[in-house]
Design a protein around this ligand. Structure first.
Ligand code: MF3
Ligand code: CO
Length: 236
């Protein structure tokens, strides 16, 4: 799974370096698809439930599952969440980053910082004997103490020979509640955070989830293994 995670990280960093005003989300899709071809690696998203691309690229108030498009031109001040997964030797890696396009305003920069920090707080709660409620509470605590909202309609997940396995991994919860983690489990932790209210709706394309109030939304994700002593981040 670390091998799959390395490929996912390589592609995300390649995409990050390509993000600038004037680039379309389809340009990013093509970069990701080309690199997968070169590596001989299988995309995790394309064909999943009919999803048409290897990449999800969600701009500004789009929360997750934005479909790359030649018409979606990134402009200065935008943020774009890049969510990408791959299978290597039968195992899946899944990760996401949200990237600023040029210079962004201070409040949006804070949203990105807090969302990434909430992911790391969730990871820090991972160890054998900890519960999924501990992980969710850690994520939620960081987000809400900064005045932002955790999206409830989408959650993280177990991951292994399939992208989505049990259990669900919510980004909210109560300490001590939920399934206990054990060494050897692997989960994808993926906070989706809205600057405004937590409510989302899915657009008519059947995929793109947007913040109902139109507020900015950020998303960071890692695939994380539970080890004897804590967590190992497989997509770093
Ligand atoms: N990272 C997303 C997830 O964990 C990717 C799924 S997009 C899909 O659910 F198109 F593959 F569904
Ligand atoms: Co995921």
């Amino acid at each position: 799974m670390r091998r799959a995670g390395r490929v996912v990280r390589e592609v995300l960093e390649l995409l990050r370096s390509q993000v600038k005003p004037g680039v379309t989300t389809m340009d990013l899709e093509q970069t990701a698809a080309n690199r997968l071809d070169e590596l001989g690696v299988k995309a995790a998203f394309k064909g999943y439930g009919g999803y048409p691309c290897v990449l999800c690229a969600s701009v500004n108030s789009e929360v997750v599952h934005g479909i790359p498009s030649t018409k979606r031109v990134l402009k200065e001040g935008d943020i774009v969440s890049l969510d990408f997964g791959a299978f290597v030797e039968g195992y899946c890696g899944d990760a996401a980053i949200t990237v600023p396009v040029g210079v962004i305003d201070k409040e949006t920069a804070r949203l990105l910082k807090v969302t990434e920090a909430s992911l790391h707080a969730g990871i820090a709660a991972v160890r054998p004997g900890a519960t999924l409620g501990d992980v969710g509470a850690a994520v939620q605590g960081v987000v809400e103490s900064e005045g932002f909202s955790v999206v409830r309609d989408f959650v993280g997940h177990g991951i292994g020979v399939r992208m989505h396995e049990d259990p669900q991994v919510p980004n909210f919860g109560e300490v001590g509640r939920g399934m206990k983690l054990r060494a050897g489990m692997v989960i994808a932790i993926e906070p989706m955070v809205n600057a405004g209210k937590p409510d989302v709706m899915v657009l008519d394309d059947g995929w793109t989830a947007v913040a109902k109030d139109g507020s900015m939304s950020a998303h960071f994700e890692h695939t994380v293994a539970v080890t004897a002593t804590g967590a190992r981040v497989l997509t770093e």
